[in-house]
Design a protein. Structure first.
Length: 265
């Protein structure tokens, strides 16, 4: 049962995922040191410079590679409130010049609810494709000062539905996204995940000549002996599946939105 509970978590890394067409970026060692700590390996630095995604199952927030800098304080604070024991981290760097309209594209993708049900995850025994979501339906959109708040209903079998509260805000070249579940999520007759015990957070910001995309997706569930590693692997694989789908989608849409003119800090 617990392995399947992690179906929930992939939904949370909605817009920070790897593309099939990688764009190399120029980022100096000093910039890397400012953004990330010693947990970011030499191989991961090379991957980021090649335009690849770095995706890791880190378990707890204390193992994150990001430094607590002004651009990530909001993200880190949100995750600390939940204190998840299964956590995935995704890092992507894009050149600013080719993606001037990145935050507009991401905001638009957040509201494309139909695309959530088209994410391929695995093959069924009969050869048909299994998708991550059965249902993703926006129920309400509100504007609260500088934040847009979306209430959305999700169904990912074999779990019962959950309601996600999605908050997003854009200030200049800074974009922040957060989603939490607002109800207990059931598996059959059991309560699988408590209220506000799943979270996805995304911070997108311009740094020098690049966009930094950093995301964490996690869930706080009971740890059980002997299957904990399997749970963690299931969690990671589902996040990665959504990553691959969404960055490919981002690449296809990158010229749809026009730059707003406020991207320069």
């Amino acid at each position: 049962m617990i392995r399947r509970l992690l179906f929930l978590a992939i939904s949370f890394i909605l817009f920070t995922h790897p593309s099939t067409a990688q764009t190399p970026v120029k980022i100096m060692d000093g910039e890397i040191d400012y953004l990330f700590n010693e947990r970011l390996s030499g191989g991961e630095v090379l991957a980021l410079r090649k335009g690849e995604v770095v995706c890791n199952s880190i378990g707890k927030l204390k193992y994150a590679r990001i430094n607590e800098i002004p651009e990530t304080e909001q993200l880190i604070s949100a995750v600390k409130e939940v204190n998840p024991n299964h956590l995935a981290e995704i890092i992507k760097i894009l050149p600013y010049k080719k993606y001037e309209n990145l935050t507009e594209i991401v905001s638009k993708m957040l509201k494309d609810e139909e695309s959530y049900t088209k994410v391929p995850f695995a093959m069924n025994d009969d050869g048909s494709t299994r998708y991550l979501y059965f249902l993703a339906q926006i129920q309400d959109i509100q504007q609260e000062e500088e934040k847009e708040v979306i209430t959305e209903k999700f169904i990912m079998p074999p779990l019962d539905y959950f309601i996600g509260r999605i908050e997003s805000e854009k200030i200049g070249s800074y974009f922040f996204y957060k989603m939490k579940n607002t109800n207990r999520i059931k598996y059959k007759i059991f309560s699988a995940v408590g209220k506000r015990k799943m979270i996805a957070v995304i911070s997108i910001f311009r740094y020098g000549e690049n966009w930094i995309i950093y995301a964490l997706g996690g869930v706080d569930i009971i740890r059980l002996p002997f299957i904990d590693k399997a749970v963690d692997r299931a969690f990671y694989n589902r996040i990665k599946a959504f990553c691959l789908f969404t960055f490919a989608n981002l690449e296809a849409r990158k010229f749809e939105a026009q730059p707003s003119g406020d991207e320069e800090n």
